[in-house]
Ligand binder design. Structure first.
Ligand SMILES: NC(=O)c1ccc[n+]([C@@H]2O[C@H](COP(=O)([O-])OP(=O)(O)OC[C@H]3O[C@@H](n4cnc5c(N)ncnc54)[C@H](OP(=O)(O)O)[C@@H]3O)[C@@H](O)[C@H]2O)c1
Length: 251
């Protein structure tokens, strides 16, 4: 058993990864499964959860979750308690965009993004805390974005949610540090996934010119940073936001 397993008193290391059906979340789920975690990855539909479950095989399972709905979060945690157990590792990756200039932004575009990205964090993290505190161990990693610090025209809703995630991360890190629970964020830059596939060629070309490393990042490169933060080796890092952005923003 690893040091992690010993500390938490479990043999099976349960990691919950939200939004794991594709993109960065799928890369994180696959990576943590390869490192020996029992990964519970979530999708918004039962079809997505089934595909994910098949992909994870013996090293995990798929589950349905809509982070904006409290009943959905409650059902997931009930299933975790009845099944593999509550997670020692929680990766809050689920996120959405509804881009528009603020002048034209409809209230539902604002609400959908803030309630999913930021409200979802509140709903998913809270029920995980009691077991982590009792075990005096836990790893929470939240997916932010480079735009949380840079800002981005057309994304006031998304940027507000991601900046909120970074503040949430620092505050919760201070609340939980005495129990050896670490809370960190990873802030990806321009990563090849469905989310960035929506950009036009000229938008993508413009963005590329601003990236010192001259290319988009891969979901696996983001997963690598998450895997480090949940590892035993990262036990002295908390309240941090790790950039994975090719140098796009260096502050
Ligand atoms: N791609 C980038 O360049 C980039 C850059 C910076 C930050 N990020 C952040 O990284 C994270 C992953 O991004 P991505 O590009 O991999 O996204 P993506 O390809 O669009 O995938 C989004 C994931 O979130 C799930 N999801 C969507 N709405 C949800 C909801 N209401 N409740 C629960 N799950 C929901 C999706 O499930 P379904 O498949 O069932 O819809 C999917 O698994 C996000 O937080 C994003 O903001 C991405």
């Amino acid at each position: 058993m690893s040091e992690l397993g010993r500390q938490i008193g479990i043999e099976r290391r349960v990691a919950l990864v939200t939004g794991a059906s594709r993109g960065i979340g799928l890369a994180i789920a696959t990576r943590l499964a390869a490192e020996g975690f029992h990964v519970v990855g979530t999708a918004t539909t039962s079809e997505g959860a089934a595909v994910l479950g098949a992909a994870l095989g013996a090293s995990g399972q798929g589950a349905v979750l809509r982070v904006e709905a409290q009943a959905s979060v409650d059902a997931l945690y009930a299933a975790l308690e009845a099944g593999p157990g509550l997670p020692a590792v929680l990766v809050n990756n689920a996120g959405v965009t509804r881009d528009n200039l603020l002048l034209r932004m409809k209230e539902d575009e604002w609400q959908a993004v803030v309630e999913t990205n930021l409200g979802g964090l509140y709903r998913v993290v809270k029920p995980a805390l009691r077991a982590m505190m009792k075990a005096r161990f836990g790893r929470i990693v939240n997916l932010s974005s480079v735009v949380a610090r840079m800002g981005n025209a057309g994304q006031t809703n998304y940027v507000a949610s991601k900046a909120g995630i970074e503040g949430f991360t620092r505050s919760l890190a201070q609340e939980l540090a005495s129990r050896a629970i670490t809370v960190n964020a990873v802030a990806p830059g321009f990563i090849e996934t469905d989310m960035t596939a929506a950009l036009t060629e000229s938008q993508a070309a413009q963005m590329m010119e601003r990236i010192p490393l001259g290319r988009m990042g891969s979901a696996e490169e983001v997963a690598h940073a998450v895997a480090f933060l949940v590892s035993d080796a990262a036990g002295y890092i908390t309240g941090a936001t790790i950039p994975v952005n090719g140098g796009l923003y260096m502050a």
